[in-house]
Design a protein around this ligand. Structure first.
Ligand code: P6P
Length: 339
């Protein structure tokens, strides 16, 4: 049996594709893969910690046990800090951006934005969670990296990816030359190429949205949901509603099977809930590279201006034709509300 290609082998093989192929981006992706394996080990033990009772609060030395999302953040920060290829990190877990000013990193070319453990509230019920990352080239030319380096539109990303800690653990990423998926083989501790050149179906029959917020959805979203529920066999409706409540899991399923994920404005999230820099932009880059589409209901996610590292946006993402259909309802209701 031919041994599957490992993530490391694939990165090196594709290095020639990188516009700035000097190995730095390859090493940065390798560092992220290593941290993902460490986080995976702890995520998989979370249930065990619960069974062991208070172990989740303190370990045998009496040290305060870290919550998994803080633990994951520490692991990715440690890997990015020591790897020498990243000069700044923006993390969902940290209010401010984190310049990396060590001698080995302060002149590094890349910025990483990361949601270290998205959907972590699902850990307690054993539902898939994920890590989302986005990579930019720094734009500042000297000194420590600064805010301008991370307030870049999503269309400036050089790479983006996610790790899904589910029934298996997968790392999916793009460098702008298509999307490839790697499944962790625990027997050898390596991510192995399992989903080469991933493409999302142009349309699908799955819609993913938290309908508990229905009453406060924009009218266009309400109309699109009703469209999905019409009994019309010819167009394969009613569609299937699937909502895990973990962005990486919902979008990963739709990427493979086809479908649309919508998190619109709601009463509690008037700007939308999901964050542009380390959730919407990287997922939008991946879906577009797989032939899908991602907008805020009107404007391409990757073209939206970034003014704050934790800014939020509504997001409509997935199969191209399904996102376009939902946008049409948004446009039609916006026009009718003016006329
Ligand atoms: P709601 C998880 O908390 C998260 O940030 C995303 O992973 C997920 O898509 C969304 O929030 C779920 O939000 O309001 O439906 O529980």
């Amino acid at each position: 049996m031919v041994q599957a290609k490992t993530l490391g082998q694939f990165i090196i093989e594709k290095q020639a594709d990188f516009k700035y192929a000097k190995g730095e981006l390859s090493r940065l992706l390798r560092d992220i893969g290593i941290a993902a394996k460490i986080v995976n080990r702890e995520v998989n033990k979370a249930g065990l910690m619960d069974i062991l009772g208070n172990a989740a609060q303190t370990n045998i030395q009496g040290e305060r046990q870290q919550k998994l999302d803080v633990y994951a953040n520490e692991q990715f920060l440690a890997a990015l800090t020591s790897g020498g290829e990243c000069c700044m990190v923006v993390s969902e877990e940290n209010e401010e951006f984190i310049p990396i000013t060590s001698a080995v990193s302060k002149n590094a070319k890349y910025i990483v934005a990361i949601d270290p453990l998205d959907g972590s509230s699902n850990i307690d019920v054993n539902v898939a969670v994920g890590t989302i990352f986005s990579i930019y080239r720094r734009v500042s030319v000297n000194g420590a990296a600064n805010l301008a380096d991370v307030l870049q539109a999503g269309n400036a990303q050089v790479a983006a990816g996610y790790v899904i800690y589910g029934s298996s653990t997968m790392l999916v990423y793009t460098t702008g030359k298509g999307v490839n998926g790697f499944t962790l083989d625990p027997s050898i501790g390596e991510f192995c190429l399992s989903h080469p050149d991933m493409r999302t179906p142009e349309s699908g029959v799955i819609y993913s949205i938290n309908e508990g917020n229905y009453i406060n959805f924009p009218d266009g979203v309400k109309k699109y949901i009703k469209y999905c529920q019409v009994d019309d066999g010819q167009s394969q409706r009613p569609y299937t509603s699937r909502y895990i409540g973990s962005m990486v899991a919902d979008i990963h399923r739709n990427l493979i099977k086809g479908g649309i994920f919508i998190y619109p404005k709601t009463a509690t999230s008037p700007q939308g809930k999901l964050r542009m820099v380390y959730e919407c932009n990287p997922m939008a880059f991946i879906l577009e590279q797989a032939g899908g589409r991602a907008t805020d209901g009107a404007t391409r996610i990757l073209d939206l201006a970034i003014t704050d590292i934790h800014q939020r946006s509504p997001i409509f993402i997935g199969s191209k034709k399904m996102v376009e259909k939902a946008e049409q309802f948004m446009i039609d209701t916006a026009v009718s509300s003016v006329c």
